[in-house]
Ligand binder design. Structure first.
Ligand code: SAH
Length: 274
């Protein structure tokens, strides 16, 4: 593995003679390597240079040939080892040097993965690229925890939202359309929301969503040690704290969560009060 504080030295070289290279944005799925698309798995097996994030599981990375260069561009203990602009610059520089590279991202590149920004950077620099989709964490978590994302008796709409804090210093807040998220008959899935779950719970209740609405956290979905923690909109923050839930985890809110009791994994793997 190459970490970006070290100078980049590559063992492989597929530099096309004088031509510009190519970037493939690849969705690595939620973790279980069997959930890669066939196209993504083939691209990984043929890779010579891979830039990957912290959410890409070890099992997925193992598909990359030992001879390929791997560059870690994810977070190191809360800090980005390379800011987003730096990742784009690096991809552009490598591709301009003729390299063909895989940009491997957890889940789907176009769902909260900043894949859109990276694609824009590539377009701006005139680098040819393509995108291989991945199973997003919401889909992986739904299947693995027995919580359908939509269901005729429960939800006709699915909203994917980010619980990430935005803004400067003291004014950092979760800036979401709470009125929209508090609507009935929909499922709300929140990415990156573990730290802000108390705010999310309070705001949704303040905007009219009942405190007894079923809600769950799925931690490490599809990965070894996956946990599904079930409660209600009101109780989930406390339950998550008690069980020391850590990222990566997804929050699911809506009456579809009640289906977990019927469709979910055996009770021994489940924590919480359904
Ligand atoms: N592009 C990714 C999302 C990147 S944002 C996708 O499509 O899934 C990162 C967030 O995704 C994490 O904070 C977490 O909320 C969620 N996530 C990613 N992998 C996960 C997993 N295996 N289990 C639960 N949540 C996951």
């Amino acid at each position: 593995m190459t970490v970006l504080s070290e100078p980049l030295q590559f063992s492989s070289d597929d530099t096309a003679s004088g031509g510009v290279g190519h970037v493939t944005l690849v969705g690595a799925g939620p973790g279980d390597p069997d959930l890669l698309t066939v196209k993504a798995a083939n691209a990984l097996r043929n890779a010579t240079l891979v830039l990957y994030d912290n959410l890409v599981s070890k099992a997925v990375l193992e598909l990359v040939p030992a001879s390929a260069d791997r560059v870690y561009v994810g977070k190191v203990s809360g800090h980005h080892s390379l800011p987003q602009e730096g990742i784009i610059e690096l991809m552009v520089r490598l591709a301009k040097g003729g390299r063909r590279l895989l940009r491997l991202k957890g889940g789907d590149p176009y769902v909260f993965g900043r894949g859109g920004e990276e694609a824009q950077g590539l377009v701006a620099a005139g680098i040819p690229f393509d995108v291989i989709p991945g199973i997003s964490a919401a889909q992986g978590a739904a299947a693995a925890s027995g919580i359908p994302l939509t269901h005729r008796d429960h939800a006709e709409a699915l909203v994917l939202a980010t619980g990430h804090l935005r803004g400067e210093a003291d004014a950092r807040t979760v800036d979401l359309d709470w009125v929209q998220l508090a609507r009935p008959r929909q499922t709300v899935v929140i990415y990156m929301g573990v730290a802000t779950l108390p705010v999310i719970s309070t705001q949704l209740q303040a905007h009219g969503l009942a405190g007894d609405t079923p809600a769950a956290i799925i931690e490490r979905a599809t990965l070894p040690g996956q946990r599904t923690i079930v409660g209600t909109l009101a109780t989930l923050p406390e339950i998550a704290r008690t069980h020391d839930v850590r990222a990566p985890a997804l929050i699911m809110i809506g009456t579809v969560v009640s289906l977990h009791a019927e469709l979910g994994e055996p009770a021994s793997a489940v924590i919480g009060c359904g």
